[in-house]
Design a protein around this ligand. Structure first.
Ligand code: NDP
Length: 478
């Protein structure tokens, strides 16, 4: 239980101006759909309807791809890297200037705590634009030859867990390299992408360089399968990633896929346990566990397991769940009713398979989609909760005795996106990092992101890298 109660500290939502309905951002302006339909976007914390947005149809997708092609062939490909960089710096600065508005809007649309959207998501969005702005006039020094060429039109499909941040991960490197883009945000989180459309207008970005079309899976499929697209960048589930890989096989399209994960967070007996507990909490309860690289499997050395679990449970008792706009909130709403069903279903499977379920005393709001922080102990490797991505605030705890056993268990997953190691010994960190089959390995920390650092996975976690110098390669003809 919290040691004392906090008075509510809600961030005001008056800073955002949500329109009752939106069109599509094509060719530099908001346009009505040609053959699209409309659907409602709701606030997952209250189920309040926020706005009506377009599910773009095939003709809308055609129009957006044509606009991106015209912008590529026209203004954008004639600009020098230096001038492209100026636009990217401008976008970065406007994101900074409008950061409070964007953070509030993200929390309303996605359900994540304002503390996260304000302190993590939006600053990282600006950082990505700043970082890639710096590369725009230095591509000849990035290790891809003296004059690397862009690919053309990029189709970008992103998920709902970090709506604006995933937009930045996709758009910033694409533009820096000289491509134009058509981006589709997730069905449940279109609003910050539409706010970004406004930012593109404010920055005087040449029309058609960025096009944003809202919609559901059908719109995404039509976009990635469109013959006018040269590059596909997708972040989302492994299942949809597989469909996309099949649909672009045999075409000239270049693809990057950033898919699911089931990361091991490995705690050795010499780790600073209090720090490790903070890292475990950040690893799986950050963003309600809607994180592809979440530390959803805790592997703890048997000799310290009891002590660590007791400390972890104490700490979980202090987490505050509730209003995402309250600055004291640690755990916000689950993004959709559908995702809540999936988390509930897999948690019930965990119990049925014999694992022991625990949550701290926690009152859930009556309206909206909520799930308490949950820990499963007595989990074995064959359990579904140890194998499948739950994508919610649910931790599966396993134990190990030797470093070799830790590696075997950590790598026993179809995924390979990230991993964490907690130990006092630098040599053990380096040894673990070499053995772990994961694209990112964090040592004595977790869920740290930086635009300069490449991110991506092995095995069913996808292919290609985003971020850093490597992220440029995905948008260049190399
Ligand atoms: P999806 O993979 O379905 O969604 C990701 C994006 O792809 C969304 O914009 C989605 O649109 C779009 N999309 C859906 N189907 C297609 C298609 N056939 N072709 C092209 N684009 C498509 O994830 P979900 O939102 O359905 O979540 C399901 C599960 O996926 C979660 O429970 C979680 O386990 C995992 N997930 C993993 C993520 C990660 O980063 N690794 C991110 C999100 C989810 P729309 O929103 O309209 O469906």
């Amino acid at each position: 239980m919290p040691t004392f109660d906090y008075a509510p500290a809600p961030e005001s939502r008056s800073i955002v101006d949500i329109q009752p309905s939106y069109g599509l951002f094509i060719g530099g302006e908001m346009v009505d759909p040609i053959d699209g339909t409309r659907f409602k976007s709701v606030n997952p914390a209250t189920e309040e309807v926020l706005s009506e947005v377009v599910a773009a149809g095939p003709q809308d997708v055609d129009r957006a791809v044509d606009a991106a092609r015209a912008a590529y062939a026209g203004a954008w490909s004639r600009l020098s890297g230096r001038d492209r960089g100026k636009y990217l710096y401008r976008l970065a600065r406007i994101v900074q200037e409008r950061s409070r508005e964007l953070a509030v809007l993200e929390s309303i649309d996605n359900g994540k705590p304002i503390r996260e959207s304000r302190d993590v998501d939006v600053p990282l969005v600006a950082a990505h634009f700043f970082y890639y702005a710096g590369w725009a006039d230095k591509l000849g020094y990035a290790g891809f030859g003296p004059d690397p060429r862009p690919l053309g039109v990029a189709a970008q499909v992103i998920p709902w867990n970090f709506p604006l941040l995933m937009l930045a991960w996709k758009i910033a490197p694409a533009l820096a390299c000289g491509n134009t883009v058509v981006l589709k945000p997730a069905e449940t989180t279109p609003l910050t992408a539409l706010a970004f459309a406004d930012i593109c207008q404010q920055a005087d970005l040449p029309p058609g360089v960025v096009n944003i079309i809202t919609g559901a899976g059908d719109t995404g499929r039509t976009l990635v399968e469109h013959p006018g697209v040269d590059k596909v960048a997708f972040t989302g589930s492994t299942e949809v990633g597989r469909q996309i890989a099949r649909s672009v096989a045999g075409t000239r399209k270049k693809v990057t896929l950033e898919l699911g994960g089931k990361a091991a967070n490995v705690v050795f007996d010499d780790a600073p346990l209090d720090q490790a507990i903070e890292g475990i909490v950040n690893g799986i309860f950050f963003n309600q566990g809607h994180v592809c690289c979440a530390g959803s499997r805790l592997l703890v050395q048997e000799s310290v397991a009891d002590e660590l679990l007791a400390g972890l449970k104490r700490r979980l008792g202090t987490l505050r769940l509730g209003d995402p706009l309250d600055k004291n909130t640690d755990i916000g709403a689950i993004n959709s009713a559908e995702q809540l069903d999936k988390i509930r279903m897999l948690s019930e499977v965990g119990e049925t398979e014999g694992a022991e379920r625990w949550s701290p005393p926690c009152e859930l709001p009556e309206r909206g989609f909520w799930f308490p922080p949950t820990v499963f102990t007595g989990v074995s490797q064959s359990h579904r909760i140890a194998r499948e991505e739950i994508f919610g605030p649910v931790l599966s705890v396993l134990t190990f005795r030797t470093p070799t056993e830790a590696i075997e268990k950590a790598n026993n997953t179809p995924y390979g996106l990230s991993a964490g190691v907690w130990t006092d010994k630098g040599s053990r960190i380096l040894w673990m990092a070499q053995q772990l089959r994961a694209g990112v390995v964090w040592a004595n920390t977790f869920n740290r992101f930086d635009p300069t650092s490449p991110f991506g996975g092995y095995k069913e976690s996808g292919y290609g890298r985003e971020g850093g110098r490597h992220g440029l390669g995905a948008y260049l003809d190399v």
